[in-house]
Ligand binder design. Sequence first.
Ligand code: NAD
Length: 272
Amino acid sequence: SIFDTIELHNGVKMPAFGLGVYKVEEGEQLEKTIHTALDLGYRLIDTASFYQNEEGVGQAIRNSGIPREELFITTKVWNSEQGYENTLKAFDDSMERLGLDYLDLYLVHWPVKGKYLETWRALEELYREGRVKAIGVSNFKIHHLKDLLSHAAEKPVINQVELHPLLSQVELREFCQQNEIKVEAWSPLSRGRFLEEPVLGKIAAQHGKTPAQVILRWHLENQIIPIPKSVTPARLKENTEIFDFQLNQKELEEINGLNKDQRFGADPDHID
Ligand code: NAD
């Protein structure tokens, strides 16, 4: 069900599916989106200091009346905030905007060259202090992870990366699995860019589902945590209705066959 969780390597349980709120404007739209989502059973909310809506996220979850421990809130340290001291400060700022006394998951948003190891030391410190229940990274390639793992005291629990059927990240997923790092998918629907793909349409018709639901189900079956974004109530609901069907091996392979290693977002090697 939508309340399914996965266990991170440090024992923390995290929802297997969530809501991303990038480009959701603070104010009425964000408030409504989060309320609709929470009513539908979403419990994981993915924001970032870069999204400039942490305050609105904090307000909406407080107004919802859902007990804090049932929610799983992720935010991220932005590129310009990286480095040891800067990250500690950025975390305080994010927490103040969110109005929370602990965070569930804090991520290094991008592997900023020459900085991400120092940034990671700050995340380890925040984790040891208990201010955040789990720490992870985003947009790390295998070489970034190898570098981090060889210097870190704490392993990241998660790597959140661009991942959808056109960019299925098979090698990265394999590496993460070997290292007990869960994979979370941003742009899991590729922002709706290839929902007309005939293979998806055919599979969707066989299950009485939509192409978006088929893609999200493909993520779940591959133990990938998708965080689709929508502000449209009907789509928010549609995106949750993925726990009552299964893709068979042949269908999963057909979707795997759509991969083109096609990135729409930035290349993590070109961040500084
Ligand atoms: P997404 O794949 O979730 O696509 C969202 C868009 O797809 C919507 O705006 C809408 O146009 C469309 N859509 C949603 N549901 C649909 C449906 N059922 N049918 C048809 N169209 C539908 O892309 P995203 O917003 O880029 O990614 C999701 C979340 O991932 C973000 O909100 C953010 O939280 C996170 N993210 C993280 C990073 C990072 O660097 N870590 C980067 C980008 C996004």
